[in-house]
Design a protein around this ligand. Sequence first.
Ligand code: CA
Length: 335
Amino acid sequence: MPAPMTDLPASPVTATIDLDAPGVGHGFLRLPYSRDDSAWGSVMIPLTVVRGGPGPVALLTGGNHGDEYEGPIALLDLARTLDPAAVRGAVIIVPMLNHPAVRAGTRTSPIDRGNLNRSFPGNPAGSVTEKIADYVTRTLLPRADLVLDFHSGGRTLDFLPFCATHILPDKAQEARAVAAVTAFGAPFSMTMLEIDAVGMFDTTAEAAGKTFVTTELGGGGTARAATVTIARRGVQNLLRHAGILDGEPQATETRWLDMPSADCFTFAEEAGILEPLVDLGGPVQAGAAVARIHPLGRTGVPPAEVRARMDGLLVARHFPGLVQPGDCVAVVAVG
Ligand code: CA
């Protein structure tokens, strides 16, 4: 268990701009990182705050995983263009939250191999990645009413584009999140089951009572024109929904999907060459093969079959052509 927050030392991170000043500030979260090539060096995480009059505060983050690109692209655009005169309340924008990972194009940080979305609530005396998480938890999150944390599949997964929330014990909080997901207006909307929720930003933000939404907008370690368009439109829609920007969210059709149990996930038990039998959005039947894994070692051996464990449609798949035992091969959702 982490120590109570009051017992924690101060964060070593400093913002180079005033987080609470009116107008537009472009700066950095500066995190001291002493190393061979820079004795008193720092990690510099780009940050923009756009603050208008009184009103709600949105915290918008991308690059929590460093190989997911729709969020950083949409948020870099927003940070450059958002007019404080049009903002009621404030928008705190961190387009590349795990900045060392984004620079490296990898899911985790090259400094400490830290997976930021498994490092929350963080530790001010921990690794670089844990220090980033702690600053978000104790300094950014308390300022926010609404949080949008962009994700995509990264190098190893590809997703049907959706905006998501979780089933929450507080049904009023859950309803606020469902309304925010609906306003975002992705082609698909998901009540999402996490297989590994410990240490996630999601869990920390939800435990703090925030309206928290996330996305999975594609993947494969790149961005697509269509998924970047969904990200840009979604963030504008969300700010309108929150009353931070004027106007109504642009009406978009969304189809709600649900991940009801751990049976949504199927994992490889062999290594080999992955042959998808169903593409994203395609129908899946319980017990039917969704992929085959061809052996790398020899001819004359049949491929292993990967079978779905429930009926639904394919919402995510392993992306690279080769798989290892334990890789998530397919994710099925219903709705
Ligand atoms: Ca991710």
